[in-house]
Design a protein around this ligand. Structure first.
Ligand SMILES: [Zn+2]
Length: 481
């Protein structure tokens, strides 16, 4: 900033001086009229005075505005009145950096000056020069590079920082390894080296910063906070990612036991280094039994019996497991010791063809007609069957195979046929006109057993069809269509 005080005052004095000169000139001019010669001399004198005065003013200004353009290499970094102002700033920067980096600083470019003229308001402040030089500095400092397969991955000031990073990375996958395992080796898949280098100052990283960069590959890992009712499977669906990838990205969490508020990584961080762990683990595992089948032609082909129950065996294994960044990439069983042999299971399977009269488990619609009344409450009474209206004499078929357990009159049912399907189901056919089967007879599915009639409590020719399962009436509409 310029200081208005002295400068403004000086200008004021100059103005005063010049106006006084002109007053005198006017005064003289009036006197000059007296003689021409005198006038000429006077004018010449005046011109000399004015010229002298202007020259003096110019000289004062020239000295007063002398300044220097400061260059850092080829870059202009400011204007100073005195060269020392800039050299002091440079010394200050060097001192400052030496303190921070604990090394002697040699600038890679020289400071130079070029004379110029500048008014006070064009001069650069110390802070301006300081920051201008600093922003253009690209000097090298001695530090250490982390070389991965020959490529420089990052730099730190101290060797110990890189050693710390390497050890921390190696340790970071211990938690993924089974606690019963013996770790045989922890190494990197890549060739990792530390080398001393001269490094541009701005590339030196803090050790935690570099560690983080290596762990994440410089990528930001997005996360999801678990909400009520969410699982890795629903989260995988939301973000359209593979659930196995989510499981491996969150190996620290039990996928079956997510808590509300848990932070789920949506991506497995792609580490720039691959930690290979080789572990030797001993574990026991159940072994499957074999199932053997025996055939029996005395049993129907739908029948099956377990003759001897199988039992799992147990074996002890010693395996070598190789992991890359905690993920198993190789598993080799080195030893298997059988603790208990599995016991084979023996199953007897029937081969005999089913009799035609055996139940199939599915019912057919016993007659053709239209549904005149369904199962359910009717006129304040429970109607336990399905009414199918049809002309008297229309054939009624057995809904499925079975044994006839009742034929004849039975109260409101009128003429009734009852079939036990020997699978828990019984069907009844009521209000029949004629009955074509005898009690105890085996019938096949679809066999005509009676004809539609109007016997018992009935107000028109129809079949009343009931389905009973384990003694309980069912809605026949759930079985026939
Ligand atoms: Zn009915």
């Amino acid at each position: 900033m310029d200081k208005p005080g002295p400068k403004g005052m000086r200008e004021h004095i100059l103005t005063l001086t010049s106006s006084r000169v002109f007053d005198k000139l006017k005064e003289l001019k009036s006197k000059v009229k007296e003689g021409d010669n005198f006038r000429k001399i006077l004018i010449a004198t005046m011109l000399v005075v004015i010229a002298g005065f202007l020259l003096g003013t110019y000289k004062i200004n020239e000295v007063r505005t002398r300044a220097f353009v400061v260059y850092y290499g080829d870059d202009k970094v400011g204007i100073v009145r005195q060269e020392e102002e800039a050299t002091k700033v440079v010394e200050e920067i060097k001192r400052e950096l030496s303190n921070i980096y604990d090394i002697d600083i040699v600038l890679n470019k020289d400071i130079s000056f070029e004379p110029t003229h500048a008014k006070d308001d064009l001069l650069s402040s110390k802070a301006e020069i300081h920051s201008n030089i600093k922003s253009k500095m690209t000097f090298l400092v001695s530090g250490y590079a982390l070389l991965v397969d020959g490529e420089e991955l990052g730099y730190t000031k101290k060797k110990e920082d890189l050693e710390y990073i390497i050890e921390t990375l190696k340790d970071s996958h211990r938690e993924e390894i089974d606690e019963n395992s013996d770790i045989e080796e922890i190494s990197f898949v890549e060739d990792v080296k530390i080398e001393k280098r001269d490094i541009p100052l701005n590339k030196i990283m803090d050790r935690e910063e570099l560690l983080d960069y290596i762990k994440t590959g410089g990528e930001e890992i997005k996360t999801h906070i678990v909400e009520v009712g969410e699982s890795l499977w629903t989260i995988a669906k939301i973000y359209n990612v593979d659930v196995d990838d989510l499981i491996s990205a969150n190996s620290d969490k039990d996928p079956e036991r997510l808590q509300i508020g848990d932070e789920i990584k949506l991506l497995r961080p792609k580490s720039l280094l691959t930690v290979e762990t080789i572990e030797r683990v001993q574990y026991t595992e159940n072994t499957d039994y074999e199932v053997k089948v025996e055939y029996d032609d005395n049993m129907y082909k739908t029948e099956k019996k377990v003759k001897v129950k199988g039992e799992e065996g147990e074996s002890q294994y010693i395996a070598r497991i190789v992991r890359h960044n905690g993920v198993v990439v190789e598993k080799e069983i080195l030893e298997e010791k059988v603790i208990r042999q599995p016991k084979d299971e023996l199953i007897v399977q029937g081969t005999k063809e089913l009799p035609k009269t055996a139940a199939t488990g599915a019912f057919l619609m016993p007659t053709r007609g239209y549904i005149s009344s369904r199962y359910g409450m009717r006129g304040g009474r429970m109607h336990r069957g399905l009414d199918i209206a049809a002309k008297t004499g229309t054939p009624i078929k057995a809904a499925d195979g079975g044994r006839v357990t009742f034929v004849g009159r039975r109260g409101a049912y009128g003429n009734l046929v009852e079939i036990d399907h020997e699978n828990g189901y019984v069907t009844r056919y009521a209000h029949c006109h004629t009955i074509k089967v005898k009690k105890g007879e085996r019938v096949y599915k679809g066999q005509v057993i009676a004809t539609v009639g109007n016997t018992g409590r009935s107000t028109g020719s129809h079949l009343h069809f009931e389905v009973i399962k384990n003694g309980k009436h069912q809605n026949p509409s759930n079985y026939v269509k």
